[in-house]
Design a protein around this ligand. Structure first.
Ligand code: ADP
Length: 259
């Protein structure tokens, strides 16, 4: 009896979800989660059906940034009902674990948790599902890119060299895994003094745009260092939920992502 090769599992989509977009960074603390939550809210304000999956297993910040803390219900013990906040359907590993407890998991457990969040959560019909990745190029990123049919990835970086060096590694990983780079976002690019209006480039200037030109990827936007952005994230109502220049910048970013 001839042996048939085992069929290889190809990347899969999530039923009902039109686009899955990963948001990654090389370094932590550059604002990847802030950009993810604000972009999600901006998309929802434009009438898009949007989901946000916080896959930052080691430092899930979306519950706090989106202002939710209930444990999602699972009436049948199999499927998980996601939460809703600011018009966004959301789920975070941080909602399924004890707050304040560190998650110490090996690769296979991480991958299991990620798959569970993609396939067992009742996402419903979505125009786009944003996935807030952990920083770096580890197991979670690898599993997501290989097992899930991604529309592409957005890479967030500050203009600082140490952040850019790591962002290049993330870009390289997405290229290796054949995940299209949808574009680069520069966060914390300038600081405008609220007292005198002087503009300072605390982390350098223009580095992310230059990088986008070098790799031939779209430069999506630059976002300033802004106290209100930080406060809004800390209090659970992303700045994009309100009005003003930063909310406008996120609205433009949302339009660029889905037009
Ligand atoms: P990452 O997801 O890359 O680790 P976060 O989004 O958690 O980064 O941001 C790290 C910290 O920096 C948070 O306290 C956040 O509120 C703050 N932050 C992010 N972007 C900005 C910004 N543009 N202006 C001011 N603070 C910001």
């Amino acid at each position: 009896i001839g042996r048939h090769p085992t069929p290889q599992a190809g990347p899969e989509g999530v039923p009902g979800v039109a686009r899955i977009v990963a948001i990654g960074s090389g370094k932590g603390g550059v604002g990847k989660s802030t950009v993810s939550s604000n972009l999600a809210v901006a998309l929802a304000k434009q009438g898009r059906r949007v989901g946000l999956l916080d896959a930052d297993i080691y430092g899930p910040s979306q519950p706090r940034m989106m202002g939710v803390n209930q444990r999602p219900a699972s009436p049948d013990g199999k499927t998980i009902i996601p939460l809703r906040a600011h018009g966004v359907t959301m789920m975070s590993i941080g909602l399924m674990t004890d707050p304040g407890k560190a998650i110490v998991w090996r690769g296979p457990m991480l991958m299991g948790a990620l798959q569970q969040m993609l396939t067992q959560v009742e996402w419903g019909e979505l125009d786009v599902l944003l996935v807030d990745l952990p920083p770096g190029t580890g197991d979670v990123q690898l599993t997501l890119c290989q097992k899930t049919h991604l529309t592409g990835a957005i890479v967030v970086s500050t203009p600082q060299d140490v952040a850019l060096i790591d962002a290049r590694k993330a870009i390289d990983m997405f290229n290796t895994l054949k995940t299209p780079i949808l574009g680069l976002v520069e966060n914390m690019s300038t600081y405008i003094c609220p007292q005198c209006g002087h503009e300072a480039h605390l982390f350098g200037h223009g580095g992310v745009k230059k990088e986008a030109e070098t790799i031939g990827a779209p430069f999506l936007c630059s976002l300033p260092i802004d106290l209100d952005t930080r406060l809004a994230g800390d209090t659970g109502t992303p700045i994009a939920a309100g009005d003003g220049p930063i909310a406008d910048a996120y609205a433009t970013l949302a339009k660029r992502l889905i037009d």
